[in-house]
Design a protein around this ligand. Structure first.
Ligand SMILES: [Zn+2]
Length: 184
C-alpha cells in the first residue's frame, strides 16, 4: 500500500496533543467504567450498525457483529491517516480504537450478571458468545485483560507521538509550515 511519509511532529504539536490526551484520559477515569459520554454513544451506534451488517453474511457470526462494528470504524480511520502520514490524527484514531476496548470490556464483564440495559432489548452478545465457547465463568478475567490492552494501547499512542517528535527534532520545517510556525 502506498503511503506518504509521516508529517512533522513539532514541539508545540506534541505538547498540544499530550494535553488533549491527558484531558481525555481524565474524562475516561471519571466516567462510569467503560462508558465515556459522546465517545461511547458513537461507539454504541457503530456497534448497533455492525450486527445487521455481519448478520447479512452469517447468522452464526451475527453476535460478533456489534463488537466488530465498533472496532472497524476507528480502524478504517487509523489506516487512512497512516496512509496520509498524518501523525497526530493517526494517534488520535488509535486512542479512540483502544478506548473501545474499555467499552467492550464493560459489556463482556456483564456476561453472567446481564444487568446492563441493552439497546433494542435483544440478546446479550457476550452471554451468547462466551457460552458458545464454554468460557462464561471467565468473563471477569477476559474483561480485565481487554481493559489492560485498551489502556496500554492508548498510552502507547502517546508514547509513539513523543517518539515521533524526538525523531523530528532536527528535521527542517517544510516550507509551508514556516508561516504557521510563527503563530505557534
Ligand atoms: Zn450487540
Amino acid at each position: 500500500m502506498e503511503r506518504t511519509e509521516w508529517d512533522l511532529v513539532t514541539k508545540p504539536k506534541l505538547i498540544g496533543f499530550l494535553i488533549a490526551a491527558g484531558f481525555f484520559f481524565l474524562l475516561v477515569m471519571v466516567s462510569e467504567p467503560g462508558f465515556v459520554f459522546i465517545v461511547d454513544h458513537a461507539n454504541l451506534l457503530f456497534h448497533e450498525a455492525g450486527h445487521p451488517i455481519v448478520g447479512l453474511f452469517s447468522q452464526r457470526l451475527e453476535p460478533y457483529g456489534g463488537t466488530l462494528g465498533q472496532l472497524v470504524f476507528p480502524l478504517v480511520l487509523m489506516v487512512s491517516f497512516w496512509r496520509q502520514g498524518q501523525s497526530l490524527s493517526f494517534a488520535g484514531a488509535s486512542i479512540w480504537f483502544f478506548e473501545n476496548w474499555l467499552n467492550i470490556a464493560r459489556y463482556l464483564a456483564d456476561a453472567r450478571r446481564q444487568e446492563l440495559p441493552l439497546v433494542g432489548g435483544g440478546d446479550h452478545d457476550w452471554h451468547r458468545i462466551l457460552s458458545s465457547w464454554h468460557i462464561l465463568p471467565y468473563d471477569g478475567t477476559i474483561a480485565t485483560t481487554l481493559q489492560a490492552i485498551g489502556w496500554l494501547g492508548m498510552v502507547a499512542a502517546c508514547v509513539w507521538v513523543g517518539w515521533r517528535a524526538w525523531q523530528d527534532r532536527n528535521r527542517p520545517l517544510p516550507q509551508a509550515d514556516f508561516a504557521s510556525a510563527a503563530w505557534l
